[in-house]
Design a protein around this ligand. Structure first.
Ligand SMILES: [Zn+2]
Ligand SMILES: [Zn+2]
Length: 259
């Protein structure tokens, strides 16, 4: 038998690739959102065409909280136009921006839930990539000295085994070469999953965070990182604590935002 040139040995890698192809044919992993086959453009367990349905946030936006505005008109009269929420509330952060929309039944919401609660940690990479790609469009990232992830309460972090905001911050920090400050901003009081309107949420998070060492915050321009911006209550409370600790400026960047 002289079929194989290398002395009859089939390279191990070739066997592994063949075996993987064979298994894939037998048991193709369906896309977790549409059930279709995962193609070459798939992100982890979500197919390329589903991923393409994620709605990236584009202008016109509220100058402060980043809420998409329905028309350009308001901005043409005043470029720093604020939405109703920002005009009626006290936000401590200078600006909040998000990569994409968090829509009920949407692919991004599904992906984030699978990542956070469904054990699909492999999705983290794709979610970080989305934030990296949009980060350059939405911020001048060179302006920031520090990335600070919104902390979970230690009990919640133990249950989940990881903090999704830290995963996102680390990915961004690595890419943009900005240090990530972990463990300094702490959640000192567990909060139930936030619910209700903005007023209730603000009350629920009041006093839930503290800064351990203000010397590491003092004089810094901080970008807070979180997964979802809903009413802004959590990131606002954290901004308040960071400014109190001496930060010169706090902005917020989240992966997703409710429309
Ligand atoms: Zn799909
Ligand atoms: Zn606003």
């Amino acid at each position: 038998m002289t079929i194989l040139r290398n002395g009859g040995k089939i390279p191990y890698l070739a066997i592994r690739t063949l075996w993987a192809t064979f298994l894939n044919l037998l048991f193709p992993t369906p896309c977790r959102t549409c059930g279709g086959p995962l193609n070459g453009k798939a992100r982890s367990i979500i197919c390329g065409s589903c991923w393409g349905k994620i709605r990236i946030i584009k202008g016109p936006l509220c100058g402060c909280c980043g809420r998409p505005l329905s028309s350009e008109k308001a901005l043409s009269y005043s470029p720093g136009h604020l939405c109703g929420l920002c005009r009626s509330s006290e936000f401590y952060f200078i600006q909040a921006r998000a990569a994409a929309l968090y829509e009920r039944g949407g692919v991004l919401r599904e992906a984030l839930l699978l990542f956070k609660h469904g054990g699909k940690r492999s999705l983290g990479k794709a979610l970080v990539k989305l934030m990296i790609q949009e980060g350059a469009v939405k911020f001048d990232l060179a302006n920031f000295d520090l990335l600070v992830p919104i902390p979970l309460h230690p009990k919640r972090e133990r249950e989940r085994e990881f903090n999704q905001s830290l995963v996102l911050a680390r990915g961004l920090g690595q890419h943009y070469k900005i240090p990530v400050l972990k463990g300094n901003l702490q959640r000192v009081r567990p909060t139930p999953p936030l619910s209700g309107g903005r007023k209730e949420r603000v009350a629920q998070v009041r006093g839930a965070f503290s800064v351990r060492r203000s010397d590491r915050i003092k004089g810094k321009r901080v970008l807070l990182i979180d997964d979802v911006f809903t009413t802004g209550a959590t990131v606002n409370e954290c901004s308040r604590m960071l400014l109190r600790a001496g930060a010169v400026e706090v902005a917020v960047y989240t992966l997703a935002r409710v429309p």
